[in-house]
Design a protein around this ligand. Structure first.
Ligand SMILES: Nc1ncnc2c1ncn2[C@@H]1O[C@H](COP(=O)(O)OP(=O)(O)OP(=O)(O)O)[C@@H](O)[C@H]1O
Length: 297
């Protein structure tokens, strides 16, 4: 097992690379996230933050490196479960070949979510034509008993599973302060409400870790404070590990236990908020950022 994972880290990323043709979005990213922490991933526009999230959650297949998740009491090799290319030595290692074939056929992002990692998106991706509650029920599809025969016969086990899904949906609606909106169409809600619904939807998949991509983008100060309260609640009352990308430095400095700074596809600093605020490399990276980058440390 990786040394980083032995150390109560829920996530360990080693030598992660992601290239798009000639563009090196991630050069050699190494980072670890402590279980039960709120960790922020910050950096100027184009630093590679969303690319890291996309690799962690399986939306991109990394060009190289390792991503290990220590969840559900086992280690999940994210790169492996997405399905990898065959290697020459597969043909002399039948077990390795078998795994490779299995994940090529049945692997994908759903296995990353099933391992306990959920996410939200920079550009909100709700089912806009569905009601709020339907969005949350769909998210539980993998956990709920959807056996066709049980459904047709409406067995007690099936009804119990349906009720549990509803209970879970209403619980998370309460946490994100959206119970009153349960029957509204998701697409008709305000931006701030949609962002909170995305968090509730991610939580309905019962993750151990959640990746939030710019959750405060477009929110007013009151909504941002509510969001900070919700993020702390996830950590304090549900032991959820939170990894967030955020440009609102006030919020980042206030709620983060640990901050990791990316620039041009490399980690240039990490540490406590206070140390990051005074780190010369970090200040230089932000001063060199585009004028339309709104970040100030
Ligand atoms: N699908 C893609 N195809 C080609 N290039 C991409 C793709 N996704 C990201 N990139 C490039 O990778 C680099 C990092 O982008 P990324 O979106 O990860 O940055 P970011 O730090 O999240 O920026 P922002 O704060 O503006 O969201 C950029 O140069 C971007 O243009």
């Amino acid at each position: 097992m990786s040394e980083a994972l032995a150390d109560n880290n829920i996530l360990s990323v080693e030598h992660l690379r992601m290239h798009f043709g000639g563009i090196k979005a991630l050069n050699d990213v190494n980072l670890a996230v402590k279980r039960g922490s709120i960790t922020a991933l910050i950096g100027p526009n184009g630093a590679g933050k969303t690319t890291v999230f996309n690799c962690l959650t399986g939306f991109y297949k990394a060009s190289g490196g390792n991503i290990l998740l220590n969840t559900r009491r086992r280690t999940t090799n994210v790169i492996q479960v997405l399905g990898q290319k065959f290697q020459p030595d597969d043909w002399i290692k039948p077990a390795q070949l078998g795994k490779r074939i299995f994940y090529k056929m049945f692997g994908g992002t759903h296995l990353v979510n099933r391992a306990g990692l959920a996410r939200t998106f920079q550009n909100i991706r709700l089912f806009r034509e569905m009601s709020v509650i339907e969005n949350l029920l769909v998210a539980q599809h993998m956990q709920t008993n959807r056996n066709l025969i049980a459904g047709v016969l409406n067995t007690p086990a099936y009804r119990r599973a349906e009720n549990q899904a509803l209970d879970r949906a209403f619980y998370w609606l309460e946490v994100v302060e959206l119970v009153d909106c349960a029957n509204r169409l998701a697409g008709e809600m305000s931006y701030g409400q949609q962002r909170r619904l995305e968090i509730a939807r991610a939580m309905c998949t019962a993750p151990e870790m959640i990746c939030l991509d710019e959750p405060a983008a477009g929110l007013n100060p009151v909504e941002t404070r509510t969001l900070s309260k919700i993020i702390r609640f996830l950590r304090d009352h549900h032991d959820i590990t939170v990894l967030l990308i955020e440009h609102d430095m006030g919020m980042v400095m206030e709620i983060s236990d640990h901050i990791i700074v990316l620039d041009h596809g490399d980690v240039i600093a990490e540490g406590l908020p206070q140390a990051i605020q005074n780190d010369e490399k970090v200040i230089a990276a932000y001063l060199g950022a585009d004028e339309d980058d709104e970040v100030s440390l």
